[in-house]
Design a binder for this molecule. Structure first.
Ligand SMILES: *Cc1c(COP(=O)(O)O)cnc(C)c1O
Length: 343
């Protein structure tokens, strides 16, 4: 094992799944593992979640589902959120059909095949609109969908009126069907019982991100120091010479940059720090470049071999805040070049 790279805590992911499943009461908890389990590696994450008890897995597109099919036992259901697109091989997968066109394509090419249905309760992104659903509802219900689902647009804002409105629309579209229903992702689980229905679909909360504030942190990232240099007052660092030493300074250069998902925006406002193993914070100075980040280590008695950018003190959502984005984007941007260690 290398001493740098991404450390991904599968036990913490399993614990977060268990905690969210516990909040969902009688509803079954699925696991959303799209985008390679939010960048953390679906081939390792999904089996760990299966082991924890998850049996329903959501991916975004069929190719993700096909890759995942080899990693999970047969009794795991893999649902494809983009539904049935033209020419798609859905063997072993369950498409979540999003439109009349997808429904007719699916029935024509996979007669009798298992499917779910997504309804648009207001987000205007994916799913049957109320009028489309009203027109086809009886025909679709007669062919036996395994799940009717919809997705909330504002669940991370508990007081947003859209939550209640979408809940009401979803109920109107699905009450009395007798088919299992699903509305809540991580945010929806936290909105309470009314939103849980039969199946919940947590994603980001499994990976330690907001809005699940009680989540256990899942990822740590240590970057190797590849060179250290001493600067005289007035010397500058990096592209654009945006930072200059105001005192004799020592600068460490670490091997990661925006090509590894550490966006330039992280350092634009100041406030980004890298940490020693003993918890000493060192400010990033100058611009983040494609493969390198420069850190002011003047105050360290000794420059360590690695510095940490993701840890218990500076988590995924802290980086998101610095970069003006959300934890989801930080996670899914984590580069492919890091050595990875799972525990
Ligand atoms: C991504 C996604 C989820 C998971 O959402 P989180 O906010 O990450 O929990 C659930 N359902 C659908 C339809 C999604 O697209």
């Amino acid at each position: 094992m290398t001493d740098h790279g991404l450390r991904i805590d599968l036990a913490a992911i399993a614990a977060n799944w268990g905690a969210l499943a516990g909040k969902a009461g009688a509803a079954r908890a699925a696991a959303v593992v799209k985008a390679d389990a939010y960048g953390l590696g679906a081939a390792r994450v999904a089996p760990a979640l299966y082991h924890a008890g998850a049996r329903d897995f959501f991916v975004a597109i069929a190719s993700e589902g096909r890759a995942l099919r080899h990693c999970l036992p047969e009794d795991a259901r893999i649902l494809v959120l983009s539904g049935h697109m033209e020419g798609e091989d859905l063997t072993g997968l369950i498409p979540v059909l999003n439109s009349p066109a997808q429904f007719f394509r699916d029935r024509a090419t996979r007669p009798g095949g298992t499917f779910a249905v997504q309804l648009d309760s207001g987000m205007n992104r994916l799913g049957f609109e109320p009028a489309e659903w009203a027109a086809l509802r009886d025909e679709i219900l007669a062919t036996g969908p395994v799940l009717l689902m919809s997705h909330l647009a504002c669940a991370d804002e508990p007081d947003h009126p859209a939550n209640r409105q979408q809940l009401q629309v979803f109920r109107q579209m699905t009450d009395g069907t007798g088919i299992p229903r699903s509305l809540a992702a991580t945010g929806g689980i936290l909105l309470g019982e009314d939103y849980h229905f039969d199946l919940v679909r947590p994603g980001v909360g499994l990976y330690g991100g907001l809005p699940f504030a009680q989540a256990q942190p899942v990822v740590e990232l240590d970057l190797p120091v590849i060179q250290t240099r001493d600067l005289s007052p007035g010397e500058s660092v990096g592209y654009g010479y945006t930072w200059s030493a105001s005192r004799p300074a020592r600068i460490a250069t670490v091997a990661a940059g925006y090509a590894d998902g550490l966006a330039r925006a992280l350092a634009a406002k100041g406030g980004l720090r890298l940490w020693t193993a003993d918890g000493v914070a060192c400010p990033v100075v100058g611009r983040i470049s494609m493969d390198l980040i420069t850190v002011d280590v003047t105050d360290l008695p000794k420059v360590p071999d690695t510095l940490s950018i993701l840890n218990g003190r500076q988590g995924v959502d802290d980086l998101a805040e610095l970069a003006g984005t959300i934890g989801y984007e930080i996670l899914t941007s984590l580069g492919r070049r890091y050595p990875r260690a799972y525990s």
